[in-house]
Design a protein around this ligand. Structure first.
Ligand code: SF4
Length: 644
């Protein structure tokens, strides 16, 4: 294996599917310093390349796949692939990151990022082997599931190939179709439909060049400290590497019956307990260079299939939120979603919303053509999942995804739609963890999300948290959320932006405490600055790292301004019955006070929520202000459609 000389050796691959051309562009040290990698590179590319208010399924949209800065290294959990696009689900920034091997392979092939533009006339896939990049016919692959696609490409190119691509849901433009990596690793928010709209089935990559830090001795010394931390962490050893995130079923109050009741550990029905899931486990697996191995491998006796990653989110969304408690049926649904390439949370929440609307008489029985929307009907839900992936019958409506689905039934249905900027979230009272949980959903630049800036909020309530590390961080300047909720949120948003840009997994024990390398030893941004300097050979200070995260976040806010996002879209939604109460009204007032303070401290205009010119200029991105300042963009109301 030959070696390259650090991240600056990598290039950006720009693949124009309309013309069938591939261009390589070098990445400068300045770009690494200003945008770090992964999410940072992608968000800049989207802002620069995607116009405001276009149809996300038109050829003008761009698909960006970015490695984190530390991809392919031994630093734990740092080979996440960040996938960004204008989301066909929400009509704003849509990004997600997926594990597997792809990111490391792409790095070994010498690339930091892939940008896909245009639309091919016929189905294509891209094959990358180091410097060789080819756009190939994919007519034989079109229609295959994600697993079949990976098997086909491995038969063709060898077992070491890593694959990102889509299943039938992406081909059928299901608005919450995902990009799937190496069969089982999913990146959400509808990017799969963008692949489908571009007639791009997959990208397969083999890289042989390796990665060499600029200062290997220093870098490996710090990486070893980080690895050792996980190896001696009791929670990792006893729970995370043994059970995985479905441990959260007894910790995070999974929703029952469309967010009507959170279930405590004592209330969990048989079928949804971690030990029920453990009965199906036959092994464990992990992403590249991850010592945690949080993912279970399960076997389904009824179908003879193997799947992986029975996560908290999939079990609550497909299971408890739909009142389904049949363990094997839930695992089978999750596996179907992976094979068809759909996001489990939007899938499960949309079906649960359909059940609620049916129960309330807002959705009539006629269009169901005999289908059941009874709570707890597992066999019916399996049928609905398949119909959604292929947009058959009623599944064509479900395939629109949550808020777009509710819009089909008018304002009465929208009143039960608990989204932020088009993305499903469930609902929480504003005083839940002093308002910050809801605020973090409202300020997330990709719509409602639990991994954009919130994990700090749990520190004293979450048994998973390393409390000693939190105490050290409070001493080092982490704002206490009880005294300074907005300060704590901004800190959390910076940390999550950093993790996504470095390629570090935020699923690691559900906390940016571990999602940022060395954070248990140094203040959040200091340890990372040291690692970045050792790895890239570029001098990073703590301030450089903080500024980079703010540059990325404000670029994303400006991207959403171009998509028509106004201050009103930072709102909080409650069920209509609760929204009418004085208690709810007081919480809404409190929420808007927090939003105002947040916008002020982020350097945005409090009336419009646009980032201010002086803020952008201070970060060296005045050109962003040129594109949004004093401009009126048509108000956002979900994704634009060229054909109504
Ligand atoms: S913690 Fe789990 S999801 Fe994250 S990198 Fe490790 S194996 Fe992958």
């Amino acid at each position: 294996m030959s070696t390259s000389s650090g991240p600056n050796a990598g290039s950006v691959l720009i693949i124009d599917l309309t013309r069938g051309k591939v261009v390589k562009r070098e990445v400068s040290s300045e770009t690494v310093k200003r945008y770090l990698g992964g999410r940072g590179f992608n968000s800049k590319a989207l802002f620069d390349m995607v116009p405001g208010r276009i149809d996300p399924l038109s050829p003008e949209n761009v698909l960006a796949l970015g490695n984190g800065t530390f991809a392919g290294t031994v630093l734990p959990m740092t080979s996440r692939l960040h996938i960004s696009t204008l989301s066909p689900l929400s009509g704003i920034l849509g990004d997600g990151n997926a594990g597997g091997e792809f990111s490391a392979m792409l790095k070994f092939a010498g690339y930091e990022q892939i940008i896909v533009t245009g639309r091919a006339e016929k189905p294509k896939y891209v094959f990358i082997e180091d410097d060789e990049v080819e756009i190939r016919d994919a007519e034989e692959l079109w229609g295959l599931t994600t697993g079949e696609t990976v098997d086909w490409l491995r038969d063709e190119h060898g077992d070491e190939v890593s694959v990102a691509g889509i299943g039938p849901a992406g081909e059928n433009l299901v608005r919450f179709a995902t990009t799937m990596v190496d069969k089982y690793h999913s990146g959400a928010r509808g990017s799969g439909a963008v692949w489908g709209s571009k007639n791009l089935k997959a990208i397969a990559v083999i890289g042989t060049k390796g990665v060499e830090p600029a200062d290997p001795e220093r870098f490996y010394e710090m990486a070893k400290e980080d690895i050792d931390y996980f190896n001696r962490n009791e929670f990792v050893k006893r729970i995370y590497s043994v059970i995985g995130t479905h441990y959260g079923l007894i910790q995070w109050y999974p929703s029952w019956k469309y967010f009507q009741a959170p279930l405590s550990a004592e209330e969990l029905p048989v079928g949804l307990r971690p030990q029920d899931l453990a009965e199906y486990e036959v092994g464990r697996t992990q992403c590249f260079s991850c010592p945690l191995a949080c993912k279970d491998v399960y076997y389904l006796p009824s179908t003879g299939e193997y799947g992986t990653s029975s996560e908290f989110e999939s079990i609550y969304a497909l299971g408890s939120n739909n009142c389904i408690i049949d363990t094997e049926a839930i695992l089978r649904m999750e596996h179907m979603a992976d094979e068809y390439g759909m996001d489990v949370m939007t899938l499960g929440d949309t079906i649960a919303l359909a059940r609620l609307l049916h129960e309330k008489g807002i959705l009539s029985g006629e269009e169901l053509e005999g289908l059941s929307l009874e709570w707890g009907d597992a066999e019916g839900q399996i049928q609905l999942i398949e119909m959604t992936a292929y947009r058959k019958g009623f599944g064509d409506k479900l395939a629109e995804g949550y808020r777009n689905f509710a819009k089909l039934y008018g304002d009465e249905a929208l009143a039960y739609c608990y989204d932020v900027k088009g993305v499903n979230r469930g609902w929480y009272e504003v005083d839940f963890i002093n308002g910050i949980f809801t605020l973090s959903h409202a300020t997330s630049t990709r719509g409602a999300d639990h991994l954009r800036g919130r994990s700090w909020a749990y520190w004293e309530n979450d048994k998973l948290m390393d409390i000693e590390a939190v105490k050290r961080m409070l001493e080092a300047g982490l704002p206490d959320y009880r005294k300074d909720p907005v300060g704590a949120l901004i800190y959390g948003e910076r940390a999550c932006t950093l993790a996504d840009s470095l390629g570090r997994c935020k699923g690691s024990i559900n906390s940016w405490l571990q999602a940022v390398p060395l954070v248990w030893k140094y203040p959040v941004f200091k340890g990372t600055a040291m690692l970045l300097t050792a790895f890239t050979g570029i001098e990073f200070t703590e301030k450089d790292v903080i500024d980079a995260t703010d540059r990325i976040y404000l670029t994303e806010m400006a991207f959403n301004v171009k998509q028509g996002i106004k201050k009103k879209h930072y709102d909080v939604k409650f069920p209509p019955e609760f929204a009418a109460t004085e208690r709810a009204k007081a919480q809404v007032r409190r929420h808007w006070e927090l939003v105002d303070e947040y916008l002020e401290r982020r350097g945005c205009d409090v009336e419009t929520a646009y980032p201010r010119r002086e803020t952008l200029e201070e970060l060296g991105i005045g050109y962003v202000a040129d594109q949004i300042e004093e401009k009126e963009f048509p108000e956002w109301d979900g994704p634009v459609r060229e054909v109504a």
